[in-house]
Design a protein around this ligand. Structure first.
Ligand code: CTP
Length: 406
């Protein structure tokens, strides 16, 4: 990390102890760390522990006159190369999204002009709550990189997404952000001649998970790789890209605004909120059905296996096709194993899409790096050579740019 300076804000959650390991890893990688501990954070780790690990003074109080005189909040963020919030609690992210500044941590987050990385950690219900998802979307819009929390058993005994990403993963994200060009450089304002400059394009990607009970889901094998590659390729051509992603563990392409969702209905809402768009590329493998989830874990019993009663999910693509806010170019994907082109042609008509990318998912396509597609338009069928997903993404992005130009 070549002596890069990290300002680490430690929020108040049980995962705060992992911040100690993060400090150690950053220093081992050649960086230096200054820590700011929120009042909540200080309930979980002591300033002394962080001071010893960082070999630097730990700041806790906005109104400590001595610190304010010698090292004010502006100065603290000015000397940093990157601001990292770990753990980013629901409360801290809500304050950041609202622009509040009622303690040292939130004040310097509001005062900073540096890139900010937030690693969330909270109870699964708090993470999935609409308010938190709204705050995460707002923060991403504001340019904050919000990591997707890990999924697993939580300190509170529940299971699901909400665990602090492992310190190694946070270090990876830090290194990527320090090495990456400024995301603003990808924005249309900075590349006025780019083919998709000034366009907003919506991409859906990944699977959806439909909960059966607090521990089980109905899922599918979509990896999200093709959709993420398309979002990256559109961004590289200068588009402002909103990527609505189902549960996948893929890094967010630079300059792309990502909204994480779990279920089909959450995806439909996120798509609706992201409109208007010049084009939409619906790559997600949306679950066709959901069940009414049980409030607590379904137990095995003498009455035998439970019967799942399936309810149809909204068809996001078909509903968008008839909406008053329909993007000018609407593209669907058709994952097929048999009669690939025939089924995809019928799907284009049935769903009202302009183009369908017929995706032959027989074999090892799902989760793999290569893909086999045919582009179905009103003009006919184009058979594209099998190619890496990144190449298919670039070719599709170029076709989208040409179509919007026309
Ligand atoms: N799609 C959607 N909402 C759904 C289901 C699918 O927006 N509830 C979109 C997908 O993102 C994709 C296209 O519709 O762009 C086709 O998805 P696919 O799963 O292939 O089609 P289905 O409608 O599910 O048809 P089937 O499973 O019967 O093949």
């Amino acid at each position: 990390m070549n002596g890069k300076k990290i300002l680490l804000i430690v929020g108040g959650g049980i995962a705060a102890y992992k911040a100690c390991e993060l400090v150690r890893l950053i220093r081992k990688a050649g960086g230096s760390v200054r820590c700011v501990l929120t009042v909540g954070g200080a309930h979980f780790v002591t300033p002394m522990t962080l001071a010893a690990l960082s070999e630097s003074q730990v700041f806790t109080n906005l109104f400590d006159l001595k610190d304010e005189a010698e090292m004010g909040h502006i100065q603290l963020s000015r000397e940093a190369d990157l601001v990292v919030v770990a753990p980013a609690t629901a409360d801290l992210m809500a304050k950041m999204a609202a622009g509040m500044a009622d303690d040292l941590a939130t004040t310097l987050l509001l005062a900073t002009d540096k890139k900010v990385l937030a690693a969330p950690a909270m109870n699964v219900r708090m993470w999935l709550h609409e308010a938190t998802q709204r705050n995460v979307a707002r923060l991403r819009d504001d340019g904050v990189t919000v990591m997707t929390p890990d999924e697993g058993e939580m300190a509170c005994g529940e299971y699901g997404p909400g665990r602090l990403p492992e310190p190694e993963a946070i270090l990876d994200a830090i290194e990527r952000m320090l090495g990456a060009p400024d995301p603003l450089a990808d924005q249309p304002d900075f590349a006025p001649d780019a083919p998709l400059a000034g366009r907003h394009i919506l991409v859906t990607a990944g699977p959806t998970h439909e909960p059966i009970d607090p521990v089980r889901v109905l899922a599918n094998r979509s990896s999200g790789k093709q959709g993420f590659a398309i979002a990256a390729a559109l961004g590289a051509l200068g588009a402002r890209v909103t990527l609505v992603a189902g549960p996948v563990s893929l890094p967010t392409p630079g300059g792309v605004t990502r909204i994480d969702v779990e279920t089909a209905r959450e995806m439909a809402e996120a798509v609706d909120r992201a409109l208007p768009a010049d084009a939409a590329v619906m790559v997600a493998a949306v679950a066709d059905w959901r069940v009414e989830p049980a409030a607590s874990k379904i137990k095995k019993g003498p009455e035998g296996p439970p019967r799942l009663s399936l309810v149809e999910n909204p068809d996001i693509l078909a509903e968008l096709a008839v909406s008053s806010r329909r993007p000018r170019l609407l593209i669907g994907f058709a994952a097929e194993t048999d009669n690939v082109v025939g089924n995809a042609q019928a799907k284009r008509e049935r769903k009202g899409a302009d183009w369908i990318v017929a995706n032959d998912v027989s074999g090892d396509v799902m989760g793999g790096t290569n893909n086999r597609v045919h582009l179905i338009t009103a003009q006919g069928i184009e058979n594209w050579d099998p190619a890496p997903k990144a190449d298919i993404a670039r070719k599709l992005a170029e076709r989208i740019a040409a179509a919007l130009e026309g």
